[in-house]
Design a protein around this ligand. Structure first.
Ligand code: GLA
Length: 405
């Protein structure tokens, strides 16, 4: 009898573990897309989403690899219906979510929604707590491909458990969904979320400034460099299918064009998801040029999925490095000074290695080609020092390759 019970328990465990999993094969490179929150907060509607989908195609964003269009907080009514279902706000979304998802899909793009592990979302709409399976079923019916899942009003919930419940609910509903964990890094999701979500936030909310902190009483918003500097040793947790998420970007939202380029370069070298947070309908030429730079995006999307690391910040110039496939390397030089910087970087004087991934760059034996990615220009090879003037808060982003010189 005891043996029989043990065998039954073992079978149940196996069945349980077969069901309890995230969707594999998704987000093998950092997800790319757009999210409504940074610019629109809860002021969202059907026409906006359609316009954004149209802009993806019209301005070359789709062609550059952006795929997911994600509606953040504010898409529902304040109450569930009498059957406990979430209801899209009929004023904002008169045709419901299925029709909207169909529109986005017809453009060859993917559609995402937001909810929260707590009883209410951060903006006070119905959260998923206690309704996880029912909500997941709805998302599958509507054609949702991406779920951002927040952490407000969770009281004493255990984060790992709460995110697992939603993961299992999505899996059971059967439609592949990229699961985006948004608990701000409070419970160190990089330690436990690899098999739960495809990306996890590492900080509180971003704000459109270079290096500021803006306090709101019990919480703060963080500028670009505050987020970059927040966690020093988590890069080893990033990789295909599971990414450290530095938050939706603020490119095009009020920093200088130089700062925007640096922000974009840093998100790329850190293998962060590239989720746009600006109004694409009115984006400037310069903003679009930055966001659609395919050579920079290719660094972010490199299939090894290695998150870059800080090499030095001598003279207040941040130098970050990302190993790439085929023994290629990306370098980012950001001038943090308030005046232009004359860079003179002698490749051969630096021993460059990534001990987490066992990658070494030996420039005494190899002469590699130097490519300026933002300007899409060849700059010779590593046998000569790299010389350039980098503007205030601007960036020089380089790829070293074995391509013929
Ligand atoms: C939290 C998240 C944000 C956004 C808002 C919505 O603050 O971190 O990214 O989703 O909630 O209310």
């Amino acid at each position: 009898m005891k043996k029989l019970l043990i065998s039954i328990a073992a079978i149940l465990c196996t069945i349980g573990s077969l069901q309890a999993q995230k969707f594999d094969g998704l987000a093998k490179t950092p997800p790319m897309g757009w999210n409504s929150w940074n610019t629109f907060a809860t002021d969202i509607n059907e026409q906006l989403v359609k316009d954004i989908a149209d802009s993806f195609v019209k301005y070359g964003l789709k062609d550059a690899g952006y795929e997911y269009i994600v509606l953040d907080d504010g898409w529902m009514t304040k109450e569930r219906d009498q059957n406990g279902n979430l209801v899209p706000d009929p004023k904002k979304f008169p045709n419901g979510m299925k029709a909207l998802a169909d529109y986005v899909h017809a453009k060859g793009l993917k559609f995402g929604l937001y909810n929260c592990a707590g009883a209410q979302t951060c903006a006070g709409y119905p959260g998923s707590r206690g309704y996880e399976y029912q909500d997941a079923q709805k998302y599958a019916e509507w054609g949702v491909d991406f779920l951002k899942y927040d952490w407000c009003n969770t009281e004493k919930l255990n984060a790992e458990g709460a995110y697992m419940t939603m993961r299992d609910a999505l899996y059971k509903a059967g439609r592949p969904v990229v699961f985006s964990i948004c608990e701000w890094g409070d419970n160190e999701p990089w330690e436990w979320a690899e098999n739960i979500g495809h990306l996890w936030r590492v900080s509180g909310d971003i704000i459109n400034c270079w290096d500021c902190e803006v306090g709101h009483g019990s919480w703060s918003s963080w500028g670009v460099w505050k987020i970059i500097n927040m966690h020093q040793n988590i890069r080893k947790h990033a990789g295909p299918g599971h990414w450290n998420d530095l938050d939706m970007m603020e490119v095009g939202n009020g920093m200088t064009d130089a700062e925007d380029r640096s922000h974009f370069a840093m998100w790329s070298v850190m293998a962060s998801p590239l989720i746009l947070g600006n109004d694409l309908r009115t984006a400037s030429k310069e903003t679009l040029k930055t966001l659609t730079n395919k050579e920079v995006i290719a660094i972010n999307q490199d299939e090894l999925g290695i998150q870059g690391f800080r090499f030095t910040n001598e003279h207040n110039v941040e130098v970050w490095i990302k190993p790439l496939k085929n023994d290629e390397w990306a370098f980012v030089f950001v001038n943090m000074n308030d005046e232009p910087y004359e860079l003179n970087f002698d490749w051969k004087k630096h021993g460059i290695g990534d001990d987490v991934n066992g990658k070494w760059l030996d420039l005494s034996a190899n002469n590699l080609k130097v490519r300026d990615l933002f300007n899409q220009k060849d700059l010779g090879a590593t046998d000569k020092s790299l010389k350039a003037t980098i503007g205030v808060h601007d960036v020089l982003m380089i790829k070293l390759s074995n391509d013929s010189l």
